[in-house]
Design a protein around this ligand. Structure first.
Ligand code: NAP
Length: 289
């Protein structure tokens, strides 16, 4: 089984700091999904908020008969009368599957503010429509709250070469000790690690020296950035699965190969663990604009 989870926001929205081509066409999305399926990536991460990504996955399931396990994320609209049985039923139908492997609160505010949703989620888990209940989080306060919630099975959080062990390693260990399934995203910080630092927008200039530091490490250890980023996340024993986003089958092939390349040395991991970004707000892409 492959430790990678394929993210799908890239299929439904123009996404990423380094994305010049926009979202891929349906045929390209099918090529990516076929490649993932052949390489034993069994989980896809999607969300109601990802444009037509859900419908593309549903089309793939119906047209090829190759079924992925699906993690999706839901949002609760203001004043919405919550009926998760209905929401889950209609999402499953669009996706062409019988149950969700993971059903996650997309927003931590929804998780905190809607205790009535929680009861419905637990019922859905008991009925077998949802295998695991989870929450997507951004910061360490939320990580700790989710880690201590006995009803939560999956926590999805950012983790990468900059948003690293120094920033949240201890809390991930606590969550793992509480038997949470840990899924990390942002392995490439939305593509920022591939971007020439000379082209960083002004707002991201405080990250230039750290990204250059990482690029120096890749040169020194004769690695490419995809390999360093993916090996760093996938070899962390507290992390169960690592989500990645790709815009092409070629990127996916590169990334799959990177994961199976040789181990990073303990010395290199220590150097990455020691990177301490000072302006931590910049580790969250929603603060970039
Ligand atoms: N709150 C949430 O729950 C949340 C938020 C964000 C994302 N997600 C999920 O996480 C998934 C991954 O998103 P992310 O933000 O974590 O992205 P990421 O994996 O950190 O970065 C993805 C981007 O990196 C670039 N890339 C990937 N492989 C590459 C390669 N081999 N060579 C060069 N460039 C490469 C591509 O961008 P370009 O080629 O366009 O530069 C790609 O779109 C999403 O699809 C989504 O499912 C969840």
């Amino acid at each position: 089984m492959n430790k990678l989870i394929l993210g799908t926001v890239q299929f439904g929205l123009n996404y990423g700091i380094n994305n010049e081509k926009g979202k891929p066409q349906k045929a390209k999305v099918f090529e990516i999904l076929n490649h993932a399926y052949r390489n034993e990536i069994s989980l896809l991460d999607t969300a109601d908020a990802y444009g037509n990504a859900v419908d593309l996955i549903g089309d793939f399931h119906r047209e090829t008969g190759q079924l992925f396990d699906i993690i999706t994320k839901f949002k609760i609209d203001k004043d919405e009368e919550i009926n998760l049985t209905e929401k889950i039923g209609s999402s499953l139908k669009r996706l062409g599957v019988d149950s969700f492997w993971g059903y996650l609160y997309h927003s931590f505010d929804d998780y905190k503010n809607h205790p009535e949703a929680r009861k419905q989620l637990i019922t859905a888990r008991e009925n077998g429509k949802v295998k695991h209940i989870g929450v997507s989080i951004y910061n360490n306060n939320d990580l700790l709250l989710a880690a201590e919630d006995k009803h939560i099975d999956i926590i999805q959080l950012p983790y990468n070469l900059l948003d690293n062990d120094k920033q949240r390693g201890d809390l991930i260990a606590i969550a793992k000790a509480n038997n949470k399934i840990i899924h990390t995203r942002s392995a490439f910080l939305q593509g920022l690690f591939f971007k020439d630092t000379n082209t960083f927008p002004e707002k991201l200039s405080p990250l230039v020296s750290e990204v250059e530091n990482i690029k120096e490490l890749t040169k020194h250890h004769n690695l490419d950035i995809a390999t360093l980023a993916l090996k760093y996340a996938t070899t962390n024993h507290n992390i169960d699965n690592v989500l990645i986003g790709v815009d092409s089958p070629e990127q996916l092939a590169t990334n799959i190969q990177a994961v199976s390349s040789k181990k990073l040395s303990a010395e290199l991991i220590r150097k990455i663990d020691a990177i301490a970004v000072s302006d931590i707000a910049l580790l969250n892409p929603s603060n970039w604009s």
